[in-house]
Design a protein. Structure first.
Lengths: 501, 501
């Protein structure tokens, strides 16, 4: 019998259980480090038994005593017993669904109930990081056929709650990512809302990028809306730009991402299941998907983009979601800013039609809005662009954005970062391309997205003609050390900008 | 700047770095949980820079203060700076060799330098558990061709040190495992040593079984011999039975096993690379490999065993190791005992020719010894068995074992476990088979191998005719709770013994 101790150690979703070495020896417990162990106790108030399983770590020093069992943040939350409660610990069997993962690794097919079982255990944090890796790689390496991909998508949809709206249709959009800046969502949603569409947009925070839409919107407004607040925002403003993480939509996907991120493996199947399950659970009936193609973006060839488009269309049809797909050219970031605050400034400039507002962000947003209006807004082909442009230029989108921000809870724009360094152009010529991956690395080295004012501000962009020595871009940072890290990275990667025609 | 803190948390080989949430926020550090971070400091005495990279965990409570960085056991050892030293932390890039792992996952071939680079980083603990999983699964799922398998084996050999002996040949043996009991090594090595062969046997501790040879030998003698002591033991006794883990032989393999174990994925390629690299680095020139085949052992069909034999032979030839392979029938455990002490008692009984000594252990040991004598000892085919039998029956092997035990450092045989429960036969008839996997689980539930006296003692074995209600086996445990766990497991798995002809 042990006393429960809460160790506020954030291991993301993994359950980690800490035990003192002496307890294992003295108590004749046949445990070894990394064993799967279950911790069981009784809630004194209700008399119910609570249990959590996790991965065992041994300790020797003052972290915990020999009569205590320590639980990491999420494990403690999931056990839901008070600190100091009496608990027992025992070796736990692996979840049965792991056998299905192994059979998939051996090349067998999984059916709907197979994917359901696996994700049921995943969202209960019963899989260790190693086991999550097994599942992700099984799906990545043993090609899923269409039925399996549909089953995986449905299992992700079923792994959590879904938003439901009374008035249909519900419009949504999604970009598969990889392009710094590119905050079209924050322009498109208010345009659509100002034209009467319902757009409950949920976005993610950055996974490997210097900012996600939720990070950028979070600069200007509260984005952590639980479902009830989100419904109220939609009711009053017609649209929202919320962080999906607070909503419990397709939570299995969020857990799988914790291993996909360090693996840096993007597979088409997982991308399709992840994106479409998020759209579906956010209540969308119609969605536009943006696939940017470029030599430094996620998708690098037209053929790959078309294959991905076909996959999106095939799965969407099976889960009863109407979609359109656009394949866009990507030769560099969209907008001037890279990093939460700098991108938010771009969005405000476009919505307010400020001189110097980034034209690429404006034009791409209008193009995407037009496609959605034609998909779901009752606009006939060729008329969407004009409607979107009028809504933007007449200030309707600006007003709609102000309503959304007010409904979500406005935040004051933070001051610019204190430290700034300007880079000069290393060459004369026309900027042919900007390396999306490398410029994002510079912004991350400078502290984005954790430091919301940090990042990169382009002074010139793709297509511009510059002279050697002219200012090309700025690095913004909240400490001199980070400014230095960004500067060093940029200086040692000279090919971020390529010049020519 | 942080002060270094040693957190005695055993995460096996993974480097885990603990930082206080407030330090990340207040210090404008763009870190997130599970980021890869490097910790750098200067050794005041020598002026040299020390660095370690690891996976970041965030903490909120008293585990560490905001001005401290905590390191897990192995990370602290690898950084090799005193507690309280000034250190810096920064985001670290992933090891370059991960790109090779990704290319293997995509089905590309790796050459020798590719495997070398990957294992170089693995043994420096630069791979997180997720990344280790990627490599293991890449090798498991993307079939390695023979050149690649040889390259992987050579890379494992090169990942650590090797033992070297002046007098050749050096004999060795290895069983691929899966059969409880089966402590033939502890009988074969003294037989061979008594006949003048040099047998520097290194063995592993249990990975998923109730006892490894190192656990069982560890009951009777010290097995943690560093190389210098091992050489001295060989010089005085001609043989040893040591724990491989203390020797730094093929350490990459030991690290890969930390993820292979929870995955419970055995692939032929990894098994071959693992076993042959261990034999080669232990200094062997000749080795006998035992592949037990049975419906509940690791290899389940004669074809699978033959395929594995071919793979062993092909790789052994390329790394200049002379091998012989025996495929043995496995219809249950070998010997009476399962668990370190109980197996040690069996070994002593065979060596001492005690009445009731397990005949299956004796006969299998003589058979294996004979094959080795014919492979490397200069005995012509058909003469090895007789020589081995004479060595055993004349007490020469017993004396050789006593010399080995004395040279390694004798330990007194511990008392039997305090708690014991006897199981009666559920049926009349001849015992046709004993399920190796399930009987091992019973022993593990009872506490083996962590509790060295715990385990199972068979009273009847395969081929015996029993009456219903007759004593069949005992469970031994060091606590009543564990006895209960073993008993419950055995009672709920009635098919451990199958009866018939």
């Amino acid at each position: 019998m042990f006393r429960l101790k809460h160790l506020a150690i954030d291991t993301l979703s993994e359950h980690v259980i800490f035990i003192h070495e002496d307890a294992v020896r003295g108590g004749n417990l046949g445990f070894r480090p990394l064993d799967r162990v279950s911790v069981v106790g009784i809630d004194a108030a209700t008399g119910t038994t609570h249990e959590v399983t996790g991965v065992l770590n041994f300790c020797r020093n003052a972290l915990i005593n020999a009569d205590e069992i320590g639980l990491s943040e999420v494990a403690y939350r999931d056990l839901a017993l008070a600190e100091g409660s009496d608990v027992r610990a025992a070796l736990a069997p692996a979840p049965k669904s792991l056998d299905l993962v192994r059979s998939k690794l051996e090349g067998k097919r999984l059916d709907q109930s197979g994917f359901d079982e696996i994700l049921f255990d995943v969202v209960r944090n019963r899989y260790s990081k190693v086991e999550l890796s097994m599942f992700v790689l099984a799906c990545a390496l043993q090609t899923l056929d269409l039925d399996e991909l549909v089953a995986l998508t449905r299992a992700m949809i079923g792994s959590g709650t879904s938003l439901r709206f009374q008035h249909k249709p519900i419009a949504d959009k999604h970009c598969i990512g990889g392009i710094p800046g590119n905050r079209t969502t924050m322009v498109v949603v208010p345009i659509l809302a100002s034209l009467g569409l319902t757009v409950p947009k949920t976005s993610s925070r950055a996974i490997t990028s210097p900012a996600g839409t939720a990070d950028t919107m979070g600069v200007l407004a509260d984005v952590a809306l639980e479902p009830r607040r989100l419904y109220r925002v939609i009711e009053s403003a017609g649209g929202c730009i919320a962080w999906g993480g607070a909503l419990g939509l397709a939570p299995a996907d969020d857990i799988l991402i914790t291993v996909e991120r360090p693996m840096e493996i993007d597979t088409e199947a997982q991308m399709v299941a992840s994106i479409l399950s998020k759209k579906k659970t956010a209540g969308a009936t119609h969605a536009l998907l943006d696939i940017p193609v470029g030599s430094t973006s996620k998708v690098r060839s037209a053929q790959a983009a078309q294959r991905l488009e076909q996959l999106f269309r095939a799965v969407a049809e099976r889960i009863d979601l109407v979609i359109d797909v656009v394949i866009t050219e990507a030769r560099g970031p969209i907008g001037w800013g890279i990093g939460p605050r700098l991108e938010a400034v771009d969005v405000l400039a476009v919505l307010r039609r400020t001189p110097g507002a980034p034209n690429d962000l404006r034009e791409k947003s209008l193009y995407l809005a037009a496609r959605i209006l034609e998909l779901v807004g009752g606009y006939s082909p060729g008329t969407g662009y004009r409607a979107a442009q009028q809504a933007l230029d007449a200030g309707k989108a600006e007003e709609a954005f102000a309503r959304i921000v007010a409904a979500q809870g406005e935040r004051p724009l933070p001051p610019p970062a204190q430290f700034c360094h300007t880079f000069q152009s290393p060459a004369d010529g026309r900027i042919r391309e900007i390396d999306c991956w490398e410029i994002a690395r510079v912004a991350k080295q400078a502290g984005a997205p954790a430091n919301i004012s940090a990042g990169v501000r382009l002074l010139r962009t793709v297509g511009d003609i510059v002279a050697k020595g002219e200012p090309l871009f700025e690095i913004h940072a909240q400490s001199s050390a980070q400014l230095e890290m960004g500067r060093t990275y940029a200086e040692s990667h000279a090919a971020i900008f390529s010049f020519g025609f």
